[in-house]
Design a protein. Structure first.
Length: 188
């Protein structure tokens, strides 16, 4: 039996759900591309595409997952299009988009953003979906159009890469107390 509430699903209901996802979409876009201006453009385009395709949305399903998939597909299309339009080396182009690391001692949010941008794009996407987006591995795999095991592997590798980039061991906390204890232990 169909849910009677969903039978009365209107364009206004869709709009309200879509508007509620916009901050999440923008955060995901920012994580993917690392630029505020491009993230805003990606978010706007994804919202327009979602609105245009609203008849294909199944009320009662996960609006965030649906819109994240739209944004991701648009982002990948933009990357492919820009590669065809430029002769720049991919590595050079990515380095141009990455801000220089803040050389101050404490870890800042900008340090995390910089580290994210240095990740392989598939790993960055995976850790953003699961870690920052709060999606399950299954949902993230569906958005990224890959196997669940592949998603788990990408997330694990991304976390390891981030730990290295942020100068800490992924298997242990980087607290001075723990390091002091381990340094004073004698081994036989």
């Amino acid at each position: 039996m169909a849910d009677p509430h969903l039978a009365n699903y209107t364009d206004e209901d869709f709009r309200d759900e879509l508007l509620a996802t916009l901050p999440h979409l923008r955060a995901f876009a920012r994580g993917l591309c690392g630029r505020h201006d491009f993230a805003d453009d990606l978010t706007q385009e994804a919202a327009i595409k979602a609105w245009t395709a609203r008849e294909r949305y199944q009320p009662g399903t996960n609006m965030r997952a649906w819109t994240f998939a739209i944004l991701r597909n648009h982002y990948l299309s933009e990357l492919r299009r820009s590669r065809r339009q430029t002769d720049l080396d991919e590595g050079v182009a990515e380095r141009l988009l990455v801000m220089n690391a803040d050389q101050e001692g404490p870890l800042h949010l900008s340090d995390m953003e910089d580290a994210l941008q240095k990740l392989n794009p598939e790993r960055r996407e995976a850790v953003l979906l699961v870690g920052a987006g709060g999606f399950t591995y299954e949902e993230a795999a569906a958005i990224a159009d890959c196997a669940v095991g592949t998603m788990k592997s990408r997330v694990a590798r991304a976390r390891t890469d981030l730990a290295k980039l942020l100068d800490s061991d992924p298997g242990e906390a980087a607290s001075p107390k723990k390091k002091a204890k381990s340094g004073s232990r004698k081994t036989s």
